[in-house]
Design a protein around this ligand. Structure first.
Ligand code: ADP
Length: 227
């Protein structure tokens, strides 16, 4: 069985094409990400990590090359098709949690499921299970502002996984946290990834965390290289 869930094939991206400030950020990036695999994406700031994650997550289009999700080429497809794939197959986490401030932790995880047609009861049941997995169940009724930075980020992971995506794309998910909290939050992320068997691509500056993942890819001069 082909268990590659995310494939990037010859992905190129230029910003400000043809202008004085033209930046050729991606120059033929290739990647195959398999189910159950957690891969670190490492590069200095400005190298193009966010650009690559946005293209992989169908939030932005490559200039050339293809993005394949679950064996289907989705680059170049209609907005509707891409939005559906994004909603069903991809979870995102960013450096900042982006939780909805007026809702509790549990509601933040239940709402995206209810938007996909899951009943409130089932959505909250899954939300509680996810919160338990990351050790934040006792904060289920708290709003984001009442949570610590590490707790907020763990809730954001749960929300990203609420609709059972096949792929998790994370952009410096512990970048905002102090080293001790960062370790804890990363442990929670790893537990979630291991328990759900999803494929994760995690951009990080933290080489210790990168070394704990299954493999490391570096973004160098617009292409991805192993190690
Ligand atoms: P990283 O995530 O590794 O810090 P980014 O993907 O954010 O890198 O940015 C890569 C390069 O592309 C940078 O030089 C940045 O200034 C440039 N860039 C990013 N987004 C845009 C944009 N919308 N327009 C023009 N240049 C951009």
């Amino acid at each position: 069985m082909n268990d590659v869930v995310l494939k990037l094939d010859g992905v190129e991206k230029l910003y400000n094409k043809g202008l004085a400030g033209e930046v050729h950020v991606l120059r033929g990036a290739e990647l195959s990400l398999k189910a159950g695999e957690m891969v670190a994406l490492v590069a200095p700031s400005g190298a193009g990590k966010s650009t690559l994650l946005h293209i992989a997550g169908l939030l932005d289009e490559a200039d050339t090359g293809a993005v394949e999700i679950g064996g289907q080429i989705l680059s170049g497809k209609s907005d509707r098709r891409r939005t559906r794939a994004r909603r069903e197959d991809i979870g995102f986490v960013y450096q900042f949690h982006h939780l909805l401030p007026e809702f509790s932790a549990l509601e933040n995880i239940a709402l995206p499921q209810m938007a996909n047609g899951v009943s409130k009861l089932d959505a909250e049941k899954r939300g509680k299970e996810l919160l338990e997995t990351v050790g934040v169940a006792h904060r289920a009724k708290h709003r984001p502002a009442e949570l610590s930075g590490g707790e907020q980020q763990r809730v954001a992971f749960c929300r990203a996984l609420a609709n059972k995506p096949r792929i998790l794309l994370a952009d410096e998910p512990t970048g905002n946290l102090d080293p001790a909290t960062s370790d804890q939050v990363f442990d929670a992320l790893m537990t979630l990834v291991r328990e759900t068997g999803l494929a994760a691509l995690v951009a990080t500056h933290n080489m210790e965390l990168a070394a704990r993942m299954d493999r490391v890819v570096r973004l160098e001069n617009g292409i991805l290289v192993d190690g």
